[in-house]
Design a protein around this ligand. Structure first.
Ligand code: ADP
Ligand code: MG
Length: 261
């Protein structure tokens, strides 16, 4: 099992879209996937069809009670794809975690038993470097960073990579960077092309070959409570997320070490 944080402290860069659709693409290849919604906004839960009024038990219980991942995971309409949902309750978790002695290790402890039921756990992080995100990084084997190709994107990335380094030095020495995936990419936009060039020349192999194009089907799918892979399997968005899943699995097969940051 591999636990991957999908993280970027910036909002609206494609974290949730990536967690949902990469998760679905992996599941459709027969991998058993658990998405953990770690954002109080609960967008991943909604996008995977878990309506708010049915979210009795949530990721809050995983963090702050002794409920197990297996107890909390819910099936989705995609075979092999499960989710632990989130609600607004989670917004108070940060303060509650802060008041505990071992505040950064709650999620890791909750996942420690590493239930053999999953091949991938994808954690959809909130848009901040809060204790929730730190808990996710401490619990993870790696972090996957969606990067929207726009001005200042790389500055934000350095800040995130600094946090990754701090987590490595303090609580999780094995944390790796899974890779950086360019999102909402528009090849007719010069700025996008420039950001891609900069990212590839600075970060080399850390940047996935696969880019996620800006595609309206990706933004429509959540309102139908399904991944784009079901909503419109032949859309450019669906094709891109399937390619990302393939690339991720190839990297793991080659055991590509993404150490240097
Ligand atoms: P985050 O989780 O980082 O805040 P989201 O995944 O929620 O970002 O994406 C922000 C908004 O952009 C959402 O409305 C989403 O549907 C839309 N979006 C994300 N990726 C794409 C894309 N590749 N093409 C078009 N719209 C996208
Ligand atoms: Mg989100």
């Amino acid at each position: 099992m591999r636990i991957i944080s999908v993280a970027n402290q910036k909002g609206g860069v494609g974290k949730t879209t990536t967690a949902i659709n990469l998760g679905a693409a992996l599941a459709m290849r027969g991998e058993r996937v658990l998405v953990i919604d770690l954002d109080p906004q609960g967008n991943a839960s909604t996008g995977l069809g878990i309506s708010r009024d049915t979210r009795a038990k949530t990721v809050y219980d995983l963090l702050l009670s002794d409920a197990s991942a297996n107890d909390l995971a819910r099936k989705t309409d995609v075979e092999n794809l499960e989710i632990i949902p989130a609600t607004m309750d989670l917004s108070s978790a940060d303060a509650e975690l802060m008041s505990t002695a071992r505040r950064v290790v709650h999620l890791r402890n909750a996942l420690r038993l590493r239930p053999a039921d999953y091949d991938y756990v994808l954690i959809d992080c909130p848009p901040s470097l809060s204790l929730l995100t730190i808990n996710s990084l401490v619990a993870s084997d790696s972090v996957l960073v969606p990067l929207q190709a726009e001005f200042f994107a790389l500055e934000g990335l350095s800040q995130l990579l600094l946090t990754v380094r701090e987590v490595r030095e303090t609580a999780n020495p094995d944390l790796r960077v899974e890779g950086i995936v360019l999102t909402m990419f528009d090849r007719r936009n010069n700025l996008c092309v420039q950001v891609e060039e900069d990212a590839r020349s600075n970060l080399g192999e850390l940047v996935f070959e696969t880019k996620i194009p800006r595609n309206v089907r990706l933004s429509e799918a959540p309102s139908y409570a399904m991944p784009v892979l079901n909503y419109d399997p032949t859309s450019r968005g669906a094709i891109a997320y399937r390619a990302l899943a393939t690339e991720l699995r190839e990297r793991h097969a080659q055991d590509k070490v993404t150490e240097h940051v």
